[in-house]
Write a protein that binds this ligand. Structure first.
Ligand code: COA
Length: 148
């Protein structure tokens, strides 16, 4: 079930070369995944004035696709932007299964889009390096899966 508080004054579209600097600055500020940057994996949200509001990515691995780098600029938070970006990105993808890595406190946000927490033994191997890196910094992380 999709969230009800989705912002309507936003445009979500594939990222363009002119968005790269804004995406990278936001991901760096939030210490989110910037590895193996592929512009075509990203969507960006722009507000009614055309200002960059946030981004998200579907990152492709050998054994899975991961929703990652979900970030909203601080000025735009709390207005449904994050929900709009995630819903739009999921809608654009035909992938039958999408995974993500998040902190336990973020589980409720992603549950809204149909993600469920995965048992440790079911985690895709390719996500292990990312999990190890984040768990060293932040403590226990959660892997979630959305089956479509
Ligand atoms: C997490 C983030 C993307 C949410 O963006 P946002 O535009 O503020 O989110 P929305 O306005 O769409 O929020 C929708 C709902 O999720 C809740 N929510 C927002 N951020 C949340 C979080 N980090 N954890 C749990 N719930 C959250 C909101 O309270 C809101 O609930 P409500 O509808 O009951 O009021 C944004 O806070 C952000 O960029 N944070 C820093 C980067 C980050 O942590 N990214 C996620 C890691 S993958």
């Amino acid at each position: 079930m999709l969230p009800t508080s989705v912002s309507t004054s936003l445009a979500v579209s594939p990222a363009r070369p002119t968005d790269v600097g804004l995406i990278q600055a936001l991901l760096e500020a939030e210490d989110l995944d910037r590895s193996a940057f592929v512009l075509g994996d990203f969507v960006v949200a722009k507000d009614a004035t055309g200002r960059f509001a946030g981004c998200a990515r579907l990152k492709h691995y050998d054994d899975c696709i991961e929703l990652s780098s979900v970030a909203v600029s601080p000025a735009h938070r709390g207005h449904g932007v994050g929900s709009t970006i995630v819903a739009a990105l999921l809608q654009r993808s035909m992938a039958p299964m999408i995974y993500l890595v998040c902190e336990p406190k973020e589980v409720a946000f992603f549950c809204r889009f149909g993600f469920v927490v995965l048992p440790r033994q079911d985690r895709p191997i390719s996500l292990e390096p990312k999990l190890c890196a984040y768990e060293a910094k932040l403590g226990a992380m959660v892997v979630m899966k959305c089956e479509r």
